[in-house]
Each structure stands twice: as structure tokens, then as C-alpha cells.
Design a binder for this molecule. Sequence first.
Ligand code: SOE
Length: 382
Amino acid sequence: MARKNLNIGLVGYGFMGRTHSNAFRQVNRFFDLEYQPVLKAVCARDGEKVKAFAAQWGFDSVETDWRTLVTRPDIDLIDIASPNDTHAEIAIAAAGVGKMVLCEKPLGRNVAEAERMVETVEKAGTANMAWYNYRRVPAVTLAKQLIDEGRLGRIFHYRAKFLQDWTISKDLPQGGAALWRLDVNVAGSGVTGDLLAHCIDTALWLNGPIDQVTAMTETFIKERKHNLTGKVEKVGIDDASAFLARFSNGSLATFEATRYARGHKALYTFEINGEHASILWDLHDLHRLQFFDHRDEGRLRGWRSLHITDGDHPYMKHWWVPGLQIGYEHTFIHQMADFLQGLSEGKPVAPSFREALATDYVTDAVLRSAASGRWEHVKKLV
Ligand code: SOE
């Protein structure tokens, strides 16, 4: 089939710039799609480094000012993989000139930014999607299918955590390349927007809206040297964040994220307990889904460890042969494949900016509750 080109302008060349570039390059090798991404241009402030990135990943050209990139007539889609403080400005400018916009999570640094982003892309009527990649782990997509089929019955509990340990040293500076996640002015928040946002996005997708939360946050290291100013400055991010939640379906939840769980690098787990069955998933073992079904014959009842590698499993028929695993980078490829398929069918692909705003509404309520010490209502998505 003759494919249609979709010219990509990528902003940012860090960790996420690499995951997205890899997805753009690989997607048509494994999925049969009408559209193919073309790596037209990559943009970042450092001219030398961006040239090296372009050469490594095969981009046709480079820009050092995103304002030039978004107005280039040869670009169809702007993909934002730069730090959080750039998301709103770039997305709004890109949608304003009719470009499609993809954006890394979280959508904005705060609700005000995220609402403006949603308003602009919707007014422009341009395709938009936020990169919440964990939805596209085949085991997580299977969890969604099992829940939607009603196999769990009424859901009582949702339990999620995302544990890391990379900021424990008090000598780690804040700010600048790679460490912008520690600078509140750039990131917007700490683990609430960075890690809990993933847990919340998956939870809203699997278990529906959250009504209320009560939260606590802590900043364990109060001051750190700032890489850009060279001065020791107050740390404004939350290092750890935990909250209780009530979902609209009546289920109760606990969520926890921290960068101070010594020994854990990226331990994202969730467990869902329903009337008939339970599900447990763990990012460190991402190709497995643990499933317990109380309706199994009593003598054989127990937790099943499903190896999600068969052609019947979501996305897996596009990969190798049954039994062989795929990994983290494939989640971005799956998300891109779904986006391109949506483009062919003229259908929006989840999570849209509006759906990502729902996550920002929850993180906003979490931070408000941590400050007020009270239960806080989550703003409803209209
Ligand atoms: C933080 O260390 C981080 O890279 C997040 O920013 C990502 O969103 C998460 O997937 C892995 O951890």
C-alpha cells in the first residue's frame, strides 16, 4: 500500500525524545498503516547536541527555536517531549497554526495551563494525544479488557504505587538538563505530576472517575544547589506523595509515589480487587498479569501468572512468535500505531488532551489536599 507521509517536528531530545523517535521509526515496520511518520525536524536549544541527535536518529533537519519549527509549512505534527514548562506554550502555538499536537505527560504544570491547552486544540479541531504510555503495555490493555467484560464484577479496591530511589542523595543538584524534574518552576510538582500522574491515568482508564482525595506530601531534602544559578535554593517539589481516594463507582483506593524508596528504580504496580476476581500488575515484570478468579473450580483456584506473549493478547500478534517478550519501548510504538490508525479512521485516540486534563484535575486535588490537610473534591471533566 502506498503510504501517506506524516511530517513530524519533535521538540526535545532527552529520554522522551528518544522513546518517541524510536516509535516513529519502528511503527510501520510492525503495523500495517496508511500513514508513516517522517522525521522532518528535531528542535532543541543546543545547536551542536541537536545536530548529533538528528544524525543518530535520522531527522532531515534541525531547529533551535521551537517558534520556527511550529510555523514550518512542511511540518504536519508537533510532538512535545521537552520539559513541562514548555508544554502549554508550544502546544498552544502549534494548534493555533493548525498542527496536530502530541504532548508528553503531564499535560500542564498546573490545571490553568492544561485547560488552556485543551481549549486551544479543541477550538482548532486538530488531532491531539498525551503520551501516557503504560496504557499500551499489553498486560495493562488486557486488564482493561477483563474489567470491561465484567469479569471482576463490582470493584471494591484500587491500589497503586510508583517507587523510585534516584534523588536520595542531598548532593544531587536541581535544575538544568536531566535534573529539571527537581525544579518546581519547570516541573510544576514533584512525584505527584511525574509518577502519580501515570498511576492516576491508568486508574481513571480502568476504574472510572475519582471524586475525592485526601493526601500528604513531603520534601525530604529542603535545599539543593541549582545547576543554572549555581546557588543553593529551596526545593519546591514533593519528594513523596500519598493519597486515599474515593472513585465514583464506590471503590476505595490508595496511591503512593516516591523517589526515596531505596532499592526501587521504577516499581509501578497496581492491584484491583473485585467481587469475583482480582488483577495485579508490576512494571518490573511487565509481560505478566496476575489474575485470580474466585469462580474457578475450588480445587484449582489460585493466582494465575499469565505470560502476555501470545497472538491473542493485545498488540502481540504484531511482534515475534508466542512466548517471546517485548518491553518498555514497545508501549510508545503501540501508542503511535493507535494514533496513526485513528488518523485514518478520523477518530480521536485516547488519551486526548481532554482525558489527560482529568489526570491533572486529580493531581491538583492531591496537592490542594496535602496543603489543606482536608479531603478535597476533584474537578469534574465536562
Ligand atoms: C522519572 O524518573 C521517570 O522518567 C518519569 O518521568 C517517566 O514518566 C516514568 O515513566 C519513568 O520515570
